[in-house]
Design a binder for this molecule. Structure first.
Ligand code: RB5
Length: 149
């Protein structure tokens, strides 16, 4: 299952991304928001991050104006590696190298065509599993143990 969430700045892109996920027959957990009324992006980022970190969803997608606030907030949850990607190369690289489990994109900063390609690439690319990349991801987990309560 894929968790998805957005704030008021990104409801249109959430609809478009959900349509893509439905076409791919993905199960979706929609963590809101559903309308254009102003809301706080960390609230939604936390819901998506917890669904992924807790194992209910295998990946998450977050959308706000720029994707920046969502990515900062999601990365405060232990076990979350959220990558803000503005191009397909980065979406592929963050899966191969960082084993990113949440993707953040921006409705105000990116075109919908490239966002949909980025989403597909993110979902279709596996973690490389190569020793050096696994070691580096492991070092990130060590940092969580050191600095998170
Ligand atoms: C909302 O105005 C905007 O700040 C938010 O969508 C996002 O871009 C934050 O990073």
């Amino acid at each position: 299952m894929i968790a998805i969430g957005c704030d008021h700045a990104a409801t249109e892109y959430k609809k478009e991304i959900k349509a893509l996920l439905e076409k791919r027959n993905e199960e979706i957990l929609d963590c809101g928001t559903q309308d254009g009324e102003s809301c706080d992006y960390p609230v939604c980022a936390e819901k998506v991050a917890l669904a992924v970190a807790g194992g209910k969803c295998e990946k998450g997608i977050l959308i706000c104006g720029t994707g920046i606030g969502m990515s900062i907030a999601a990365n405060k949850v232990r076990g979350i590696r959220c990558a803000l990607c503005a191009d397909v190369f980065s979406a592929q690289a963050t899966r191969l190298h960082n084993d990113a489990n949440v993707l953040a994109v921006g409705q105000r900063s990116m075109g919908i065509g490239s966002v949909l390609k980025i989403v597909e690439t993110f979902l279709d690319t596996p973690f490389s599993g190569e020793e050096r990349h696994a070691r580096r991801v492991g070092l990130i987990s060590e940092m969580e143990k050191k600095y998170f309560k």
